[in-house]
Structure formats: C-alpha cells, structure tokens
Design a protein around this ligand. Structure first.
Ligand SMILES: NC(=O)c1ccc[n+]([C@@H]2O[C@H](COP(=O)([O-])OP(=O)(O)OC[C@H]3O[C@@H](n4cnc5c(N)ncnc54)[C@H](OP(=O)(O)O)[C@@H]3O)[C@@H](O)[C@H]2O)c1
Length: 263
C-alpha cells in the first residue's frame, strides 16, 4: 500500500461546519480518515498503516464521536489491464477503510457516549456505470463491508455505535475537477457543503443509506436507476443492461414511466 505518513491536522479553516451531530451529545473527537472537502473536521488522518492507526487510536484521550472514512482515488483502465492501478485503488479505497475500522471499532464499542462511523461509498458502487471498473468495484466493496458492519454493530450487545453509508451525488471537489484551475462549479453539481449538510441531516435521522441528490439528478431518478440495476440480477437481463444497446430504450422508457407515475 502507498502509505502516507500519519498526519494530524489542526482545526481546519474550512467553510464547512464540523460534522458533529448536536444531539445526542457527542462530546468527543472527530476523526476523519481524510480531511477532504467532504469531511472537514478537527482531526484528519491519512490511510496509514494499521499499526500507526492503532497507536493513534489508543493514544486518544477523548472518546471518538464521529469516525469518517472518506479517502479515495479514482483510477482509469480496463478490466484486464493495469493490475498495479487495481491494487492501488483497492489499497486506498477499501483497505484504508478497513485499517481504520480495525484500529478504532474495538475501543469505540466500549465507549459511553453514542458514536457514528460514516464510510463514503458512491452511486458507482451500486449502479456500476461503465468507465471506471476498478473504482466501481472498490465502492461496491465499501457498500458491502459497511452493510455488514452496520448489522454486526446492531447485533452487538451494549454497542452505542452505528454505521452509515454516505453515497454522494455529483459534488464539486478535487475528484471532479474543482482543483484544476479557476473552473466554475458546473450547475448540476452540489457543493461539498451541500453534501455534508445533507449527510448530517440524514445521520441525525438515523439513516443508514444516505443517497444524496444533486442539481442534475433527483432522488426519484436515483431510485429508478438503482431498482433497474437490481432488476438485471432478479430478471436475468444482461449485465449493465442500462448501457446495452438492446435495452437502452427500454430503460429510458422505464424511467419516463416511473417519473410520470409520481407526478
Ligand atoms: N465528488 C464526487 O462527486 C463524489 C461522488 C461520489 C463519491 N465521492 C466520494 O467522496 C469521497 C471524497 O472524495 P472527494 O470528492 O472529496 O474527492 P477529493 O477531493 O479528491 O478527495 C479525495 C481525498 O482522498 C485522499 N487520499 C487519496 N489517497 C489517499 C491515501 N493513500 N491515504 C489517505 N488519503 C488519500 C486525498 O488526499 P490528497 O488530496 O492529499 O491526495 C483527498 O483528500 C471519496 O470517497 C469519493 O469516492 C465523491
């Protein structure tokens, strides 16, 4: 894994509010697996080695209230080329999350105060659009491991800890071009602040799946796309039929009809 050194970030000069739900009282530390625009908080740490993380976790004096696993990289390539890139993207996007979970969850299980773990997934980990097979596969893994974490926490007696899966919409960040010099946010994208505020609201409501809309894709469209993807499996259509030439028109009609039935 490409380990980066463990870094402590001082309280960030950020336009974002720290992601601390006001109620119940989270009198504790906020740990962000990466201090990105989607996760600004008083503490940030890089997806360092498991040992470094365990040392950090046991050296914390305060209880951890919010643990956010947000680091990710996006690599391109095909399903049969660039094995090194596949390893890199799994190391950061999947083992980064697992390193943090393994270092922090054992002690968080015994905390007195309630706490939350938020892992950042992606719609691409659910609907699997063509173009970034490695990234999609990592985000599908994050969805799966966060679902399992949520279930296991629910079944663990006295655990005052819940897991949540953040599924951002199109958000204007480094990953989507915000750092490439003077470009304006596209109208369709949300700002990182909008995404974080939406996430906090849903965490407060106790939601596990936090599927964020954006200015281009409304919630109902996401719902229909997700159900169509599940229908590929349940109904035996070809993989990724949404982008299959024989099914594209049927999919579009399905979305049109679905939206019309809501109006
Ligand atoms: N923006 C979107 O539209 C969107 C949509 C769906 C999901 N997401 C997810 O949202 C999360 C945040 O991404 P973002 O949009 O805020 O993009 P971003 O600005 O590129 O943030 C990604 C962060 O991951 C960090 N990172 C990369 N490699 C790392 C490593 N080895 N160890 C630790 N940190 C590492 C980067 O740090 P450096 O800058 O120091 O490299 C960067 O801060 C990601 O999980 C992404 O998959 C974003």
């Amino acid at each position: 894994m490409q380990h980066r050194s463990l870094r402590r970030f001082h309280p960030i000069e950020s336009p974002l509010p720290p992601p601390i739900p006001p109620s119940p009282p989270f009198m504790s530390t906020v740990v962000c697996a990466t201090p990105t625009s989607l996760s600004a908080g008083p503490w940030g740490l890089y997806a360092a080695s498991g040992d470094d993380l365990t040392r950090l976790s046991s050296s914390l004096l305060a209880q951890v209230g919010v643990l956010m696993n947000n680091a990710a990289v996006l690599t391109r390539g095909t399903s049969w080329e660039g094995l090194d890139n596949w390893r890199k993207v799994f190391d950061v996007n999947v083992f980064g999350v697992l390193n943090v979970q393994h270092a922090f969850v054992p002690s968080m299980l015994h905390q007195e105060n309630p706490a939350v773990i938020i892992n950042t997934g992606s719609k691409q980990g659910i609907t699997n659009p063509p173009g970034n097979p490695s990234y999609n596969a990592t985000k599908a893994a994050v969805k799966s491991l966060t679902e399992s974490l949520s279930h296991q926490l629910r079944e663990t007696a006295h655990a005052n800890l819940t897991a949540h899966l953040l599924i951002p919409g199109w958000t204007w960040t480094g990953m989507t071009g915000a750092n490439s010099g003077g470009k304006e946010k596209p109208q369709g994208a949300w700002t990182a602040q909008e995404t974080v505020l939406y996430m906090l609201d849903k965490v407060r409501q106790g939601k596990f799946y936090i599927v964020c809309p954006d200015n281009e894709t409304r919630r109902e469209v996401d719902q229909l796309r997700i159900m169509w993807g599940a229908g590929d499996v349940a109904e035996g259509r070809p993989a990724l039929s949404r982008w299959h030439r024989d099914y594209k028109a049927i999919f579009e009609e399905y979305v049109r009809d679905g939206l019309a039935s809501l109006d």
